[in-house]
Ligand binder design. Structure first.
Ligand code: ZN
Length: 240
């Protein structure tokens, strides 16, 4: 089984298309939320995910785009971008986003945006946060996004080991439970500007992280045309 796991696409269609082309033939496409927000093409990204039959979960930005009070917790730039998203997004996209559950279990994997114990909001940023979440994880593998940083936290004899993957890193779980983050497709924050995603074989417990270049300038031009905040535009050039 080759499953492409994508997260935090954030309305960045050139990045999503580059990832889909790079992944090639896969058995399924799973996404971990934040399909929209920040970026300039919410409808394009939702339409593409719908066309390729992607299944996944809701992120905090998706909930806010559907009118949720999550927007009250956003910083100033995220809020401005979300206000723009709400005016730009179409009814069909809202319908698709509204139908996303907060968590989903498939093939021994639990899919969430933030964390198993707080699917919309918690950032898994340390082995100790990961340990608390592994304790409530009901499946062998937990897939999450939200931090925009590729990482795996692997349980081993009561210890939790942090794996910081680079481009092309392969990991075999060998029966250990783990929380795994594919990184962000549309707004990477680990210092690498290229789109990040994961190819996963859930039954084998094996995975590979991939990075793909995309046309960052085209996305930034579309963001300028939409009047989106300058920091959100410039951060794509530095990957932070
Ligand atoms: Zn996000």
């Amino acid at each position: 089984m080759r499953i492409a796991v994508l997260s935090d696409i954030h309305a960045n269609l050139p990045a999503l298309d580059a990832v889909l082309a790079d992944a090639g033939q896969v058995d399924a496409i799973w996404h971990l939320g934040d399909v929209v927000g920040y970026g300039p093409d919410p409808d394009g990204v939702v339409a593409r995910l719908r066309d390729v039959g992607a299944i996944g979960v809701r992120g905090n930005h998706d909930a806010a785009a559907c009118g949720g009070t999550e927007i009250d917790w956003f910083n100033a730039d995220a809020r401005r971008a979300m206000e723009w998203t709400r005016t730009a997004i179409g009814g069909r996209s809202i319908e698709w986003l509204s139908a996303l559950p907060e968590r989903r279990t498939i093939d021994g994997c639990e899919l969430v945006h933030g964390s198993p114990r707080d699917p919309l909001w918690e950032y898994i940023l340390s082995p100790s946060i990961a340990r608390d979440n592994l304790a409530v994880l009901g499946q062998p593998i937990g897939l999450h996004g939200h931090t925009h940083i590729p990482v795996a936290y692997v349980e081993d004899d009561g210890r939790v080991d942090r794996v910081a993957p680079r481009r092309g890193t392969e990991l075999g779980l060998e029966g250990h439970r783990a929380l795994v983050n594919p990184g962000s497709v549309g707004q990477p924050r680990d210092g690498d500007t290229s789109a990040s995603y994961l190819i996963l074989d859930p039954a084998a417990g094996s995975m590979t992280w991939h990075r793909v270049e995309y046309d960052i300038g085209a996305v930034q031009a579309a963001m300028r045309d939409a009047g989106l905040p300058g920091f959100l535009i410039s951060r794509l050039s530095i990957g932070l």
